[in-house]
Design a protein around this ligand. Structure first.
Ligand code: KIV
Length: 265
């Protein structure tokens, strides 16, 4: 059995949490499948953890396609989500073109960073049979516009804007909403209003699914990581670490308050 969007909706209806991780190659694809991780993301973080850049901006659609093919060759259990990299959604046409390549490389859905300006992109992709995850909050492709990797939607006006944008994207057809680095209370409000599954990273426990960068949870390379990362790597095999992460997402142990942010209200 492999995971589909219907599986994620069912888990949400049954109030059961699911685990998502980034994945960039065939070996890890097999481990993710064995650990029954529900969603694997071929994320543009590959620009940082694989290619060694200090942002995700240099990553191309061809790069994501290459890694998607590698993951798809071995990962038979998980839903395979491919990232639309920097500027691949500069027009609706380029979104369609990029998504076509990613789906033909083996993705089951695409993830696209932005806000309410994504509405026509989501509509066009959905019309053409491409499931979409909309990524809001800290959108790392806008790191320079945001003046760094910072917690977003801390003030009420920004929080309301994010929640409205997510609801509009859901109405436009987004199958999943992903929020990054926002305060726990904002996630809670959003979760209470959304019908589609909500995935969080650095967004606290009030989500249907959690996602992290696999290299971060394995402490690869060893060193300082963002506050929301928990190290599952020490003294464990990679499979045991990933299985423990899945277990903790399911039973709500991860994320704890020490992995979450406080907002204004
Ligand atoms: O590219 C990526 O890995 C991501 C996750 C951090 C959500 O977008």
């Amino acid at each position: 059995m492999s995971v589909t969007i219907a599986t994620l909706n069912k888990l949400k209806r049954e109030n059961r949490k699911f685990a998502c991780l980034t994945c960039y190659d065939s070996s890890f694809g097999q481990v993710m499948s064995d650990a029954e991780i529900e969603v694997v993301l071929i994320g543009d973080t590959l620009g940082m953890v694989i290619q060694g850049h200090n942002s995700t901006l240099p990553v191309t659609v061809d790069n994501i396609c290459y890694h998607t093919k590698a993951v798809a060759s071995s990962c038979s259990y998980s839903l395979i989500m491919a990232d639309m990299p920097f500027m691949s959604a500069r027009t609706v046409e380029s979104s369609m073109d990029s998504a076509m390549q990613l789906m033909q490389a083996g993705a089951h859905m695409v993830k696209i960073e932005g806000s309410d300006w994504l509405i026509p992109h989501v509509k066009a992709l959905k019309q053409n049979g491409v499931p979409v995850c909309a990524h809001l909050g800290l959108t790392p492709q806008s790191v320079h516009a945001l003046s760094g990797f910072k917690v977003q939607a801390k003030q009420d006006s920004a929080a309301n804007h994010l929640i409205n944008a997510a609801l509009q994207l859901e109405k436009a057809g987004a199958d999943l909403i992903l929020v990054e680095c926002i305060p726990t209370n904002v996630t809670e409000k959003l979760h209470a209003s959304l019908s589609v599954p909500l995935i969080g990273i650095g967004a606290g426990p009030n989500c249907d699914g959690q996602i992290l960068v696999t290299y971060d949870i394995l402490d690869l390379p060893p060193g300082k990581k963002p506050k929301f990362v928990k190290n599952y790597g020490s003294n464990h095999s990679i499979l045991a670490a990933i299985s423990q992460y899945k277990q903790e997402v399911q039973d709500g142990t991860y994320p704890g308050p020490e992995h979450s942010f406080l907002g204004a209200s």
